[in-house]
Design a protein around this ligand. Structure first.
Ligand code: ZN
Length: 203
């Protein structure tokens, strides 16, 4: 399986990182070794002094597909979950300045936290999914799928033009504003509505 991540999918987040609002989806990938599941702790890596949390809704692909039109995209996923796209912001800044790929800043081990999934029928209107991240009990990021620049089905259409989507692939759909650093001892809890989807410790 592969992990595809969408960058800059919320206007306020693009602005907080001083990027232009994109006219088509930006995507990058993480390897399967980046997955951190089952509320396992996240160990801060030694190569960065600035690991940021990015809370994101996650699509789980349930059907093989290529060149999927947006109108047919709902047939390719049954569940939506929540995760964190951990980012070594200091490294990412250096790489961007040099025009280099982001992998070192994005694809490292345990950088893709994955919580529980909810079936579409339980979520109701997919265009209106509120979610949030609490750091040590305080809400630090909150978003809603209606604020996405590119909604789920547009993302699937775009990504599948370039990359075949396979069963079990994950698409992290971008983070809202409020990204910030994590520190040893932090507790990070992700919520869809009032439902806790993951609860991890930073060590
Ligand atoms: Zn992200």
């Amino acid at each position: 399986m592969k992990i595809i991540c969408i960058g800059r999918n919320y206007v306020k987040h693009a602005q907080e990182l001083k990027h232009d609002v994109p006219t088509e989806p930006v995507f990058f990938m993480k390897p399967d070794s980046a997955l951190l599941k089952d509320n396992k702790p996240f160990f801060l890596p030694g190569f960065s002094n600035e690991i940021h949390h990015e809370i994101e809704l996650v699509i789980k692909i349930s059907k093989l597909g290529k060149n999927i039109e947006a109108k047919f995209a709902p047939r390719y996923y049954e569940e939506i979950g929540l995760g964190i796209d951990f980012t070594a912001r200091d490294l990412q800044r250096q790489l961007i300045e040099k025009g280099l790929p982001w992998e070192k800043a994005k694809a490292f081990d345990s950088s893709a936290v994955l919580g529980k999934f909810l079936p579409k029928c339980e979520l109701g209107n997919l265009g209106n999914i509120p979610f949030s991240l609490r750091r040590n009990g305080e809400v630090v990021q909150s978003g809603d799928s209606h604020l996405m620049i590119f909604p789920f089905d547009t993302i699937i259409e775009h990504v599948s033009k370039y990359v075949t989507l396979k069963i079990g692939d994950l698409i992290y759909t971008g983070t809202p504003a409020g990204v910030g650093p994590v520190a040893i001892g932090d507790r990070l809890e992700g919520f869809i509505g009032e439902l806790c989807m993951f609860d991890i410790q930073v060590k």
